[in-house]
Design a protein. Sequence first.
Length: 329
Amino acid sequence: MESIGSGDLKTILHSRRANMYYLEHCRVLVNGGRVEYVTERGKESLYWNIPIANTTTVMLGTGTSITQAAVRELARAGVMLGFCGGGGTPLFAGTEQCLEVAWLPGQSEYRPTEYLQQWVRFWFHDNLRLAAARSFQLARLDRLGSHCTCSRRLKDQGFDVPGDELAALIQASQSAIAAAADVTALLTEEGRLTRQLYRLASQASRYGEFTRAKRGESHDAANQFLDHGNYLAYGLGATAAWVLGLPHALAVLHGKTRRGGLVFDIADLVKDAIILPQAFLSAAKGHSEQEFRQACIENLTRTEALDFMIDTVKLTAATVSRMVPTQPG
């Protein structure tokens, strides 16, 4: 049989790929032309295949190592590679001196420039960058409303948010977004809405009292699951930006504080709708970290989250790039 190189495996669009992996306490290598991870069971080594042609993201946690050959094959297949701590957080790559390098994408320069050209056409103008941020936030709200009120999967698990209360919150947030004079106002509104969503999710899942803590400063299950699940969304956000050829530094909302802010902007499109409800459900049901992670991956895949991210970025780039700036950049 003729062997197929990893460079020929990009026939599956990234938005249609089904797999994300978080690995720990294993070795990742190339074995017989396939990328595999190896775990130890006593004196026995167990080899597990990673179908790289159908994979978007691989996150390597504690106790992992990876060979140069495996990195080469992952890059050729367009798989986003991230190094992280236990449980998926914190995320880092490179050396200790450059921890802001969040993801290691394949370095192929043969990607479309159409969206980058549209993006930079508006990015240097404050008012147009604000318009793009509004577009992202409104798309986020649409996703939140449609998923949390229409998802039978959530209701079957006992997560039933009062539709009228959620609709009122979304409507109020839409008005605040439309009236926001700058990015600071948008971020303030984002924080206000998220606090309300935590309250609703805690009540809907019967989790009990909840206070959002900074990453790593709380050991309650809901906080830990939120941290872990958000990094899964960041993996998809990084993939969407890479597929469209957009540098992570060209953020529209989070760029003031983080060099990879565009990844956070894109991930926010689905975090509230997909990650947040599952974090509270899994915490209330006493799920393990692996059970929670698998549920998130299934939800992200089933709702075509990556497709939604890519389509939203493309629509925003096309729409805002046609607007006329009202002030110098």
